[in-house]
Design a protein around this ligand. Structure first.
Ligand SMILES: Nc1ncnc2c1ncn2[C@@H]1O[C@H](COP(=O)(O)OP(=O)(O)OP(=O)(O)O)[C@@H](O)[C@H]1O
Length: 312
């Protein structure tokens, strides 16, 4: 299936004085993807996102948004884009509702229903009279996201959306991002310096290292490259494989009478467990071998041969 290309960049480079922040970045994002841009601090993630949003310009190269390039067309396409890189400052003495209302009025939109709708999408419906100054960091970030959703963007750009959040905030933010992609059909580009963190939400990945896009890969390719799998030991591996295949359409590798592995849908591990138990299987062991992500990231970024992945 050929999905629509939302963003494609061609040999994007950015020079800040003596610092070359980006080198010839060729990156492609298709409709419906949650594209995780991963890189260490200073690898160029924010610079790349700012160029896409039109907040700064590239020194060399060009970008296409929804197949359009050239300044005038790009600016038009950017109306489909929402971002939390440069959001308006929150009014700390106001509630979530009032903050969204003010920004909506400034954007020339008058629709009370929509205020409630964007707050619902980011899980801020129940904050009542609480002022923004009393919000947690996660709530403030979600409020900024609600404001970004006012114009009903089709493509969202989020710079390190889970950075600095506590574990509950991280899970809430992840769920909101997944829902925006899955239920509302948004394409999302987000960044992180932790591959493990990104792997909880992203469907596709781009690894940026010292301003170069070292590699791009899909979630399945990442699973293969890092040899991640769910490991199950149970009474009857063949019966369990059949149960899981029927319930989730997953392919299981049966390794012995009692042992099987699953190389896909790792985020469904709890559901696999539930269905097997409800089907009468006795599970002796169930684990997810997921600890190789950061090793993979280090291997890729530290390899002196990483240039082979880039187009010169
Ligand atoms: N306005 C600027 N002027 C000069 N150098 C800059 C500017 N913005 C970024 N840089 C430099 O460009 C490089 C890439 O920075 P960038 O902020 O894009 O990386 P990043 O991956 O987003 O890092 P972080 O996660 O720390 O934000 C760094 O060396 C940074 O110091």
């Amino acid at each position: 299936m050929n999905n629509k290309v939302v963003l494609e960049t061609f040999q994007i480079s950015k020079q800040y004085g003596n610092t070359k922040a980006l080198h010839d970045v060729n990156l492609k994002i298709e409709e419906g993807q949650i594209y995780g841009l991963i890189g260490l601090n200073g690898s160029g993630k924010s610079t790349f996102m700012r160029i896409v949003c039109g907040l700064i310009s590239a020194t060399e190269g060009h970008i296409e948004l929804y197949g359009k390039s050239g300044n005038a067309d790009l600016q038009k396409q950017r109306s489909r884009l929402g971002q939390t890189i440069e959001t308006p400052a929150l009014y700390l003495e106001m509630t979530a509702y009032e903050n969204v209302m003010v920004q909506m009025t400034l954007a020339g939109i008058s629709d009370k229903k929509k205020v409630k709708e964007v707050l619902r999408r980011v899980g801020l419906t129940d904050t009542g009279n609480k002022k923004a100054k009393n919000f947690s960091l996660g709530m403030k970030q979600r409020l900024a996201l609600a404001i970004a959703l006012i114009t009903e963007p089709k493509f969202l750009i989020l710079d390190e959306p889970t950075n600095g959040l506590d574990p509950v905030g991280i899970i809430e933010t992840r769920d909101i991002i997944k829902t925006l992609a899955q239920e509302y059909g948004l394409t999302i580009l987000l960044s992180s310096h932790l591959l493990d963190e990104l792997s909880q939400i992203a469907t596709h990945y781009g690894i940026l290292h010292q301003g170069k896009l070292v590699t791009q890969l899909s979630g399945d390719e990442l699973l293969k490259a890092t040899n991640q799998y769910i490991h199950i030991i149970c009474d009857d591996a063949i019966a369990s494989a059949e149960i899981l295949n029927a319930a989730f359409s997953v392919k299981c590798e049966v390794h012995s009478n009692t042992e099987l592995r699953i190389n896909e849908k790792l985020d469904r591990i709890a559901d696999f467990n539930k269905v097997l138990v409800l089907s009468g299987q006795r599970i002796e062991h169930l684990s997810c071998n997921q600890n190789k992500l950061e090793d993979y990231f280090l291997k890729i970024t530290q390899s002196s041969k990483y240039e082979r992945f880039t187009k010169s």
